[in-house]
Design a binder for this molecule. Sequence first.
Ligand code: NAD
Ligand code: TYD
Length: 382
Amino acid sequence: MLQKSIIVTGGAGFIGSHVVRLFVNKYPQSRIINVDKLTYAGNLANLKDIEDKPNYRFVKADICDFDAMLSLMREEKVEGIIHLAAESHVDRSIKDPFTFARTNVIGTLSLLQAAKVFWESLPEKYEGKRFYHISTDEVYGALEMTEPQGIEPPFTTKASSGAHHLAYGEKFFTEDLKYQPHSPYSASKAGSDHFVRAFHDTYGLPTIVTNCSNNYGPYQFPEKLIPLFINNIRHRKPLPVYGKGENVRDWLYVEDHARAIDLIFNEGKIAETYNIGGFNEWKNIDIIKVLVSTVDRLLGRPEGTDLDLITYVTDRAGHDLRYAIDSRKLQRELGWEPSLQFEEGIEKTVRWYLENQDWMDNVTSGEYQKYYAEMYYGGGAG
Ligand code: NAD
Ligand code: TYD
């Protein structure tokens, strides 16, 4: 890797912790600086195995703090930035959009401006520098479901090579689609993506943007579908399925996303956008059934016992119907492909949560109970 000193923002979160772990282990000659505010979603326990490595440093800071970002970049002579810090949960964005605008838009702008000021002050300026912004497929809006029963996908990857293997529509998110975000979360991510591109086009900042599909795997905060439901099945708590459970998401194992980030950071073209996904579409209700049968099997319960926990609840406001990424550009240009079949990834993931109950207990104590109670039971006991 060219860059010797790299800031990863949001490194104590779900995807960020996998990125930090990969880079710290793979690039011992580089210095990896994890900048994280440690919001409810940030957890240093996610990085216990690498926290003592000599090439790792943690800095507790808010990306919105321009002065702190600039002085850290100067102090560490930062050459690369991989920006993951964000507010990331759609349901929270519906309740509190301001926090999303602040962190996702202003926070990204503050980092961009700090990078610009610092790099422009150097004799070599932008030479050898990279500002890599991690975004989501949700900025493209929602796709139609033309075939509720599913059709043959246009392309198969390892992720989608299992028994399920379906696409739920003809159209996919490609890099040239116009942005049509619907939720405050996706609107704030779209805003940040626009600022990143504007900094390239206006000042020549060497930027790259990627838009990835839904991730799953270890260390995901249990407000998102997969870890929330694994934990609820384990404790025989209700599984709140929004609407009819027919919405479709495209799922990628988090370590495959981290590998893509590594590849793109090192080999991606400046000013380009790459979509990341595995052509792996699932209706929520089908995933939930897989989760129930996997948890039941691993806990030695008769398979399907816990299907009675499924509880249909009021739909999410503005709930996007279908996300489906076309990642063929990344495959064609940089040779990336998912390494794991979905069924293998889900098995690994369920096992991890069941074996790491301490981690789950730790993140679901205190504030979490209050949030969960307000979210699903209108403020009553949770
Ligand atoms: P996460 O919520 O698990 O982690 C976010 C991290 O950012 C946390 O550690 C948090 O403490 C930190 N953070 C939040 N506000 C901050 C601030 N103001 N200053 C510094 N740090 C702050 O999120 P995630 O799921 O790991 O997502 C990471 C990135 O990937 C986000 O930008 C998200 O939009 C994007 N993304 C996520 C998914 C997904 O399925 N989770 C898919 C595509 C893209
Ligand atoms: P989520 O994990 O929040 O990711 P995103 O909204 O970014 O796609 O939700 C995944 C899907 O699961 C989405 O269609 C909403 C649905 N969902 C439920 O049905 N119940 C839940 O409790 C949650 C958290 C999500």
